[in-house]
Design a protein around this ligand. Structure first.
Ligand code: NDP
Ligand code: ZN
Length: 364
């Protein structure tokens, strides 16, 4: 439960106290962290966080694998909870509603991508949910969802119906939208052959959306650990990605969710001419996969593009679509004390799909 004084702070226009779990540097373990969030503005809402998913991006960020992180860092951008306070001009939410927050909490709102609800491609840069300077609030660092509350503009929160399973909704806010968006962008549909590279938190969502769109879906994984789960979902075949030369099938669309080093051209070779590959997995900068002119030329007339989450409008669409078709992530609920263990499992091949933190386990 959100502390009573958090609510009073919000209503009085004061900074909102929060408690969460943070890392103090790239090598440290998680520890309890008391901090505060910016005051609730007239367009803001305060959400009591009930569940927060653990995305592999949290690990890349916490360990400074992409850039030097801002510490102390409270990761978490798969947030689901209950609205406990609303600013005077808020129209989308009322107290008691359920809401979700993903990877961004603001953007300039004025550039071309923002106007088209492609806030993730904001020319000034989106304000990421954590590990980011918030240019709307004196560049103070943002803190994510491994915490008891968040103060966010209503424009960056999505409406969640009251009967939705919140623990399952949380991972949709990143894993869901990140796979849904390119699958829609590439018009994946009936009769198309799709392959999903990397079968973890994002991968399983890509499989489910592509199947729902009517495609025939295969998986590329570097081991057979989750073959049973893949086949049970309706996947045609789980291929060994370490022996891609042995794969004779060709695909219309491949989505890579791989978070470790790999050869992009190994996958481009598996596209049919005219096929498309979407890259969403982002390995550490030091081992960022490269592709040269020859990689493109010898895979001519195949398109490869990157994709970052999705805009707010599309995130709401994805959530409504997922709930309508009961497309949910595969989750395991953990307590705040198990975050370190979850990170270890996610980097040593011991994890299945998505860990979701039950915020009720956060002692006050
Ligand atoms: P997970 O750890 O849940 O899943 C990754 C999966 O990839 C695991 O099943 C892992 O299996 C598998 N894998 C790892 N290396 C390889 C490899 N070389 N070949 C084939 N499979 C491999 O991570 P997430 O799904 O949460 O995230 C995936 C990536 O997507 C991360 O880099 C993350 O930062 C990025 N991401 C990008 C977003 C965007 O907007 N573009 C948004 C969200 C995430 P195993 O280790 O057992 O082999
Ligand atoms: Zn994520």
């Amino acid at each position: 439960m959100l502390l009573e004084n958090n609510l009073n702070e919000a209503k009085e226009g004061k900074r909102v106290s929060a408690v969460g779990y943070c890392v103090k540097d790239k090598d440290s373990k998680f520890e309890k962290f008391i901090f505060s969030r910016h005051a609730m503005g007239e367009n803001d809402i305060v959400i009591e966080i009930l569940f927060a998913g653990i995305c592999h991006s949290d690990i890349h960020s916490a360990k400074s694998e992409w850039h030097k992180g801002i510490y102390p860092m409270v990761p978490g951008h798969e947030i689901a909870g209950k609205v406990v306070a609303v600013g005077s001009k808020v129209s989308k939410f009322k107290v008691g509603d359920y809401a979700g927050v993903g990877c961004m909490v603001n953007s300039c709102g004025e550039c071309e991508p923002c106007k088209r609800s492609n806030e993730q491609y904001c020319e000034k840069g989106m304000v990421a949910t954590y590990d980011c300077k918030d240019y709307f609030h004196n560049d103070e660092p943002t803190y994510g969802g491994y915490s008891n509350n968040i103060v966010v503009s209503e424009n960056f929160a999505v409406n969640v119906p009251k009967d939705a399973p919140l623990d399952k909704v949380a991972p949709l806010l990143c894993a869901g939208i990140t796979t849904y968006s390119p699958i829609k962008f590439s018009k994946v549909g009936s009769g198309r052959k799709v392959a999903v590279a990397g079968f973890g938190g994002l991968g399983v969502m890509a499989v489910k959306y592509a199947l729902q769109m009517g495609a025939e879906v295969s998986v590329f994984a570097r081991n057979k650990n989750k073959e049973k789960e893949a086949l049970a979902l309706g996947v045609k075949k789980l291929y060994d990605s370490t022996d891609s030369k042995a794969i004779e099938e060709r695909f219309d669309f491949i989505i890579s969710t791989i978070p470790t080093p790999y050869e992009i051209t190994d996958y481009l070779k598996l596209l049919r001419v005219g096929g498309e590959m979407a890259i969403v997995g982002l390995p550490p900068t030091e081992v960022d996969p490269k592709i040269g002119a020859s990689g493109f030329i010898w895979n001519a007339q195949k398109k490869v593009y990157g994709s970052i989450i999705g805009g707010i409008k599309e995130t709401q669409e994805m959530l409504d679509f997922s709930l309508k078709h009961k497309i949910y992530p595969e989750t395991e609920i953990i307590s705040v004390n198990q975050i370190d263990e979850a990170y270890t499992n996610l980097t040593t091949g011991k994890a299945k799909f998505r860990y979701v933190i039950d915020m009720a386990t956060l002692e006050k």
